[in-house]
Design a protein around this ligand. Structure first.
Ligand SMILES: O=C(O)CCC(=O)C(=O)O
Length: 496
């Protein structure tokens, strides 16, 4: 029996979609969508493919051949993913070209299909080639705290976790994927339960999606392992819910971008030779998904080593170390992330109030957005406060953060982002204006909040800022909060 398909992913013209409609209909409702018309000016679309839509493999060998990349062997499973090997882009392309010239009888000797199929994944292309501007991120996906943060900071602060390999693999979440017809990605939900977008520069992909409210159906009885390949003959005994799952399907063509919502399980097949660009990201709308995953993974990490608790010198630190290694961040990384992002939003709010805001009753869209951001951080901090422990926190000296040139970079990138979204970016960023900010006047940093080490400090900081600007509970309770509450309903649907 095949998969039950409940519907097709909606397809709309991205040029005719306002930012607000994208947020309300897709980010907040957490629904997938295919967007057309957003890749018209991309250099990648000119350089990386031919008129007929096939990838220009020689271009990659010639210009980026020396890059070392991760390549998945589509026919070999390793735990929950495909086996990965490292190779140069030119070796990868040589293999691809050699396979494409083999005739079909040779290929049938390669164990039917997947054995020889190599799929280049997670290539940190933007990080590696910043000068070669292959594309610009569409405005709809710009409010990306993850990559904005990683432009300035590393996610890991623990030197034990922060190793050479992590340096590359966690440096950012902006990737290029390349694979011949038949390459594929097993069923999964995205890292950190982030949103993602994936743009087809060449080729065609088929996607199958399962909404968070149905994800338990692809898990085994213990809710530990999920189905690897939805086209396998999946055992009813092992995965009793699988046949009941109702999937959404989508064929994504060249020059189309698919938005993948938080926590949706999905499997992807390349139906033609394909090159795609792919970002993972999160922001105010899905921050609580990230926290829920972190909490779930933390509880699992703890349970896993429970039997050595008594002989462990610092059990909690070990749990946090394992969490960082397995999930990509731990509680203190997340706390540092939220604190710096909150401070950058506060600075921007300060500048908005100083320069443009006249009345609290009619705040500009960009100021409303900043308030929503802070409310979302406060909400997650309230939940985090329930599990704060000594080693889950990091100590951030707020005055040091504010002086740090890396923090100024984050402020600049955030300011540019919101200006682009709301004002179509007219003015240049003014470092002098930032250097003139009088933090003492702002009374942000009351003496008790100089050192931030617990969620309750972050909550107090945000409350202080709101009361400083007169953002009272009537504004907090306005439409901004109902948006967050609505989101919470979707987030709670996600049980695994
Ligand atoms: O394109 C692929 O093979 C996988 C992409 C993916 O899973 C994602 O964007 O989340």
């Amino acid at each position: 029996m095949g998969l039950k398909i409940g519907g097709q992913v909606e397809r709309i013209n991205g040029k005719e979609l306002s930012y607000k409609d994208f947020v309300d209909n897709y980010l907040v409702n957490n629904q997938p969508v295919v967007l057309t018309g957003l890749m018209d000016d991309w250099r990648a679309c000119k350089d990386w493919g031919f008129q007929d839509g096939k990838p220009n493999l020689h271009f990659f060998s010639t210009h980026f051949g020396n890059s070392k990349v991760q390549v998945a062997e589509c026919g070999k499973r390793e735990f929950t993913d495909q086996k990965r090997v490292e190779m140069s882009v030119s070796n990868f392309i040589d293999h691809w070209l050699a396979m494409s010239t083999k005739d079909s009888t040779d290929l049938s000797n390669c164990q039917e299909n997947d054995e020889s199929l190599l799929y280049l994944k997670d290539w940190h292309f933007v990080k590696e080639y910043p000068e070669y501007v292959a594309y610009t991120t569409p405005l709809l996906f710009r409010d990306d705290w993850l990559n904005l943060y990683l432009n300035s900071y590393h996610m890991h602060t623990d030197p034990g976790t922060y190793q050479e390999t992590n340096e590359i693999s966690c440096s950012d979440y902006r990737f290029v994927y390349m694979g011949a017809k038949g390459t594929w990605t097993p069923l999964h939900a995205d890292v950190f339960r982030s949103y993602s977008w994936s743009a087809n520069v060449c080729g065609k992909k088929q996607w199958h999606f399962l909404s968070p409210s149905q994800c338990h159906l692809v898990f085994d009885r213990n809710l530990k392992n999920s189905v690897y390949n939805i086209f396998d003959d999946v055992s009813d005994v092992k995965f009793p819910g699988f046949k009941k799952a109702i999937w959404m399907e989508c064929t994504q063509d060249r020059n189309e971008i698919i938005f993948v919502p938080s926590g949706w399980y999905h499997q992807v097949q390349n139906m033609e030779d394909t090159v795609s660009i792919n970002h993972n990201w999160f922001n105010a709308q899905n921050l609580s998904y990230v926290w829920k995953l972190l909490l779930k993974d933390y509880n699992e990490a703890k349970e896993y080593i429970e039997d050595i608790r008594d002989i462990c010198e610092d059990f909690e630190s070990l749990c946090q170390r394992n969490l960082a290694a397995n999930t990509g961040m731990n509680f203190s990384d997340f706390f540092s992330f939220m604190t710096r992002v909150a401070l950058a939003n506060i600075i921007q709010l300060y500048l908005n109030f100083k320069n443009t805001e006249k009345q609290l009753s009619s705040l500009s869209p960009s100021t409303q957005h900043l308030i929503l951001n802070l409310l979302s951080i406060k909400k997650v901090s309230l939940s985090m406060k329930l599990v704060d422990t000594e080693s889950s926190c990091s100590i951030l000296d707020v005055r040091e953060v504010l002086k740090d040139p890396l923090f100024l970079e984050l402020c600049r990138d955030m300011e540019i982002t919101y200006q682009m979204i709301y004002e179509h970016w007219t003015k240049c960023w003014d470092p002098i204006e930032h250097s003139r900010i009088n933090f003492d006047e702002l009374e942000l940093v009351d003496s008790n909040l100089c050192k931030m080490c617990r969620s309750e400090h972050l909550i107090r900081l945000i409350d202080n800022v709101f009361s400083h600007f007169g953002v009272d509970s009537s504004i907090e309770n306005s439409v901004l909060v109902s948006q967050l509450d609505e989101l919470e309903v979707f987030c709670n649907d996600s049980v695994v």
